[in-house]
Ligand binder design. Structure first.
Ligand code: PLP
Length: 448
């Protein structure tokens, strides 16, 4: 079974040829099909004798792959899409072929060393001290939860009398914060942002003080969003960090989408204050040109996280020496070295290339906003702060947006599902792909 037979070798060539072709050519947009349609074409693929590699690959390439929307298509501007570099994708093949284990230093020292250098780059961009460190986890949801669990453990240590805890965040915070609160069985206090959609330290401080006066519960963490997912708005990090720390509250920055732009000089100042964070996250699979799934989770004082997240079991104790084991810094044990494709690409291309690619997406976002402002049928919702451009179509109702979006995908022009803001339907372009050109934007705007 493990022999590299002629059959395996032949399949290897086919797999590499397919992968290479996918990387070389413009990605197809494609789209979903129903389960019935897919079953009608491929039937039950799990059989006692097996399909054989060649046939199973064909089922995937001919049918299943085409029923998946390519997240790296230049006119896929939905949610937050993805745009991995060729190097990152190629290196993912190497990771796949190497059976690397990323949970402990003992087993994965070389890989963990490389991941940690990539984390160091992010931590340095944020201005955290050299003692900061962390781990790549599956996604922002898991990163936020892991950080918040550490924050609560600190609060429990400092306030042993307190039994109920709460998280404070903006009303615009990502849904993963509410999910973390639910998993942790803590309350969530939503702060009303200012008229620009930004949470401010002054309002936050008032709400925390009032909450602590009127409740036996304690706010153990403040979550600021550095780039909201819907509109790309960055909370007022300086005043929020101050308001949190003056009250002995953990300051977490959710930069799953936005913190990537720390490497873009033109917008770096918007993130001032992030250097005071006790923890932050950023998803390289969003706007740092890495494949799914990778969230960088960084702690100011990783020792606090190690105390909370290290799993103890008789068979694991041999791993608990002074070395750095990624398993110890989040809610996970076994992990693939998911930060390696990002590391390889960063190491190979250099950080200047990242700054340039980032600026390119920011420029396209600005130019897209300009085209929307001039468009007779459209209204720009607000000037883009980062690379999300939100707007409305004059006279359209919810159903009109939905119909337009479905037609756009059916015609294989682009993928732009409608969103909403303050109860109003909106459209948004999330531009994270340096291959998205202004001509792509024009092509979409021509249908509006
Ligand atoms: C995408 C996003 C998340 C969740 O990240 P996943 O990787 O999808 O789990 C959290 N916060 C913000 C601000 C996001 O944009």
């Amino acid at each position: 079974m493990h022999e590299f037979t002629k059959d395996v070798e032949a399949l290897a060539h086919e797999v590499l040829a397919y992968s290479l072709e996918r990387l070389k050519s413009d990605p197809p947009l494609d789209g979903p099909r129903t389960e019935q349609e897919l079953f009608a074409e491929v039937g039950n693929t799990i059989t006692a004798p097996g399909l054989g590699g060649k046939e199973a690959l064909k089922v995937f390439t001919d049918v299943l792959a085409k029923a998946c929307i390519s997240t790296d298509h230049p006119r896929n501007l939905a949610f937050i899409p993805s745009a991995p570099t060729e190097y990152a994708n190629l290196f993912d093949l190497v990771v796949g072929a190497s059976a690397l284990y990323g949970g402990s230093w003992q087993e994965g020292a070389g890989a963990v060393f490389a991941e940690n250098q990539a984390l160091r780059w992010l931590s340095d961009l944020a201005g955290l001290p050299q003692s900061a460190g962390g781990v790549f986890v599956q996604g922002g949801t898991m990163g936020n939860l892991s950080a918040l669990v550490v924050a609560r453990a600190q609060a429990r240590k400092k306030y042993p009398e307190t039994t109920r805890f709460a998280i404070a965040c903006s009303a615009e915070a990502h849904s993963s914060i509410a999910s973390a609160a639910q998993v942790m069985d803590v309350e969530i206090i939503k702060i009303t942002p200012d008229e620009n959609g930004r949470m401010q330290g002054s309002e936050l401080g008032k709400v925390i003080d009032e909450y602590h006066r009127s409740s036996h519960a304690r706010i153990f963490a403040v979550v600021a969003t550095a780039g909201t997912t819907n509109l790309g708005i960055i909370d007022e990090l300086v005043s929020i960090g101050r308001a949190a720390h003056e009250r002995d509250v953990w300051f977490h920055v959710d930069g799953a989408y936005g913190i990537a732009a720390l490497c873009a000089p033109s917008v770096r100042a918007l993130f001032n204050g992030v250097e005071e964070a006790d923890s932050f996250i950023v998803d390289p699979h969003k706007w740092l040109f890495a494949p799914f799934d990778a969230c960088a989770l960084v702690y100011r004082n990783p020792e606090l996280a190690r105390e909370v997240h290290t799993q103890h079991a008789s068979y694991l104790e041999t791993l608990h020496d002074d070395s750095w084991s990624p398993s110890d810094y989040a809610i996970h044990l076994t992990r693939r070295v998911r930060g390696l494709p990002f590391w390889f690409s960063l190491a190979a291309y250099g950080t200047d290339a990242y700054s340039e690619a980032m600026e390119q997406t920011l420029t396209i976002a600005k130019d897209a906003a300009e085209l929307i402002r001039k468009h007779p049928n459209l209204e720009l919702l607000r000037e883009p702060e980062l690379s999300i451009v939100a707007f409305t179509r004059k006279g359209w109702k919810k159903e009109d947006y939905q119909k337009w979006s479905e037609a756009l995908l059916a015609d294989q022009i682009g993928f732009i599902p409608p969103s909403s803001h303050n109860g109003q339907s909106i459209l948004r372009f999330a531009i994270v792909n340096p291959w998205t050109k202004i001509s792509d934007i024009e092509m979409i705007l021509a249908t509006l």
